[in-house]
Design a protein around this ligand. Structure first.
Ligand SMILES: CC(C)(COP(=O)(O)OP(=O)(O)OC[C@H]1O[C@@H](n2cnc3c(N)ncnc32)[C@H](O)[C@@H]1OP(=O)(O)O)[C@@H](O)C(=O)NCCC(=O)NCCS
Length: 155
């Protein structure tokens, strides 16, 4: 099964997929216009999506990444993440950040590709979402900020 990954206009972003990663459509719509949207397509089916927002000074933040449940755990998410990491490196970015929960498979998913923990945003999920978010039956409260630093000069 060959995978095509490409950037698409944010107006065409697959909202249903993005909602798997961020439960707030309002939040997604707030960062989408200034972001870049990438999709993974196989047999003409859009099965993965990733949104990355610029934060200035060469820093970019991966806001969401999702693969349709029928296509998960087959390496598609990793392929999309690797492609996006490489895209921003080639574009001359200084670093790529992502915020994620303090536990769960997503943490390994990012760290496996070289993301390192740089800070903790305490109570992030309590303060930024109206509804409680649960993962493996545990309520998400704090957010870990993970970073890939492309330039070795940055401390
Ligand atoms: C995170 C996500 C994009 C990974 O996509 P994927 O196609 O499943 O990723 P891969 O197949 O490359 O798997 C990466 C690792 O995560 C693990 N994994 C993926 N989904 C999992 C799940 N539901 N439960 C447990 N482990 C899972 C895989 O087993 C694999 O680990 P391994 O190499 O040790 O086997 C996908 O699971 C997803 O869309 N999740 C819901 C949205 C989300 O949480 N996004 C991240 C927050 S922004």
């Amino acid at each position: 099964m060959s995978l095509l990954i490409q950037e698409i206009p944010t107006t065409d972003a697959p909202m249903k997929l993005l909602l798997l990663a961020d439960p707030s459509e309002e939040k997604i719509r707030s960062y989408l216009p200034e972001s870049k949207c990438f999709v993974a397509i196989s047999s003409e089916i859009v099965m993965g999506a990733c949104v990355v927002k610029p934060r200035g000074s060469g820093v970019h933040e991966l806001m969401s990444i999702a693969v349709h449940p029928d296509y998960q755990q087959s390496g598609n998410g990793t392929a999309l993440l690797k492609w996006v990491i490489d895209f921003f490196q080639r574009a001359g970015a200084s670093q790529l950040e992502v915020g994620t929960g303090t536990f769960g498979y997503q943490l390994s998913f990012y760290q496996r590709q070289g993301f390192r923990v740089t800070s903790i945003d305490r109570d992030f999920f309590l303060e930024n979402y109206d509804e409680p978010i649960f993962e493996n039956g545990i309520q998400l409260m704090d957010m870990l900020r993970l970073t890939i630093r492309y330039s070795k000069d940055i401390v």
